[in-house]
Design a protein around this ligand. Structure first.
Ligand SMILES: [Zn+2]
Length: 270
């Protein structure tokens, strides 16, 4: 009889400890501890530095802030395992919400409502704190190889979920290079932006055969309207060609053909 009573607790013991083992058991514990600290901070009302004078009257009408952008990266590493390790090592100071492996496996690493460290110094329009308003997706790719069909398929499923959950605008699915021209090149020339745009994630250009660019068309202003930070216009032009023409062009000159593409993109923002 005693043995029978003992059994369920043994099973519980085995299940409990097998769930808490594995290579990421201790970093998962750290995650939980940090998330708890933030939960405590959210409960604090008012925040220590936010109320100068007056009284606190808590409103009854609120919810959580939502991500409004998705930033796509390639890992520039050689395996998914290497990236998981990087994102669970405190000294790296980098992270992302999702990592997509070559076989299409998606690793979710951070609650979508929390701020990952993926964008770094970046700007899109007048938004200078992209980390606070975006979801970061890292795709296992060293930057010089095609993405796998499995990765693209998983990515499209994930993007559809995020777009629906947070109401993210079509044009707000962008790459790391878009928000950090000159500093970043990811997801680089192999990334299938056209395929993404066909599914409703990001913008793309249409047939330019019959497009006539107005003589007073200001290319640099058009790039600014699309969202680019024009501090280094040569870097932006190189980024633009990498993304929309899938070429690495060091010249940083916009030809008539390039201007036609830019013009069609620009008109979708007017
Ligand atoms: Zn990146």
């Amino acid at each position: 009889m005693k043995k029978i009573l003992f059994f369920p607790s043994v099973i519980f013991f085995i299940i409990f400890f097998s769930c808490n083992r594995g290579p990421y058991a201790s970093t998962n514990k750290t995650y939980k501890k940090q998330a708890k600290q933030f939960a405590k901070l959210i409960e604090t009302a008012p925040l220590k530095d936010s109320l100068v004078t007056g009284s606190w009257v808590g409103t009854t009408n609120f919810n959580l802030r939502k991500p409004n952008f998705v930033i796509i990266h390639h890992t520039a590493q050689n395996s998914c395992e290497q990236t998981l390790k990087t994102f669970t090592t405190a000294k790296s100071q980098v992270s992302a919400h999702y990592v997509i492996c070559k076989d299409g496996t998606i690793h979710h690493m951070l609650n979508d409502y929390l701020r990952a460290w993926q964008a770094g110094v970046s700007k899109w329009g007048n938004n200078t704190d992209i980390n606070s308003s975006s979801i970061g997706i890292e795709i296992d790719n060293n930057g010089f190889e095609p993405f796998t069909d499995e990765q693209v398929s998983s990515l499209l499923t994930l993007l559809a979920t995020l777009k629906k959950a947070y109401g993210i605008p079509t044009a707000n699915f962008i790459g790391h290079e878009d928000i950090a021209p000159g500093r970043k090149v990811d997801p680089n020339v192999y990334f299938p932006w056209r395929k993404l745009a066909d599914s409703g994630f990001g913008i793309w250009w249409s047939d330019t055969t019959n497009v006539t660019v107005p003589v007073d068309f200001n290319s640099l202003q058009a790039l600014r309207i699309v969202g680019y930070d024009m501090k280094d216009s040569a870097a932006v032009i190189r980024t633009f060609k990498r993304k929309y023409e899938q070429v690495e062009d060091k010249s940083a000159i916009l030809t008539d053909a390039d201007k036609k593409i830019l013009y069609t993109l620009y008109t979708s923002f007017r």
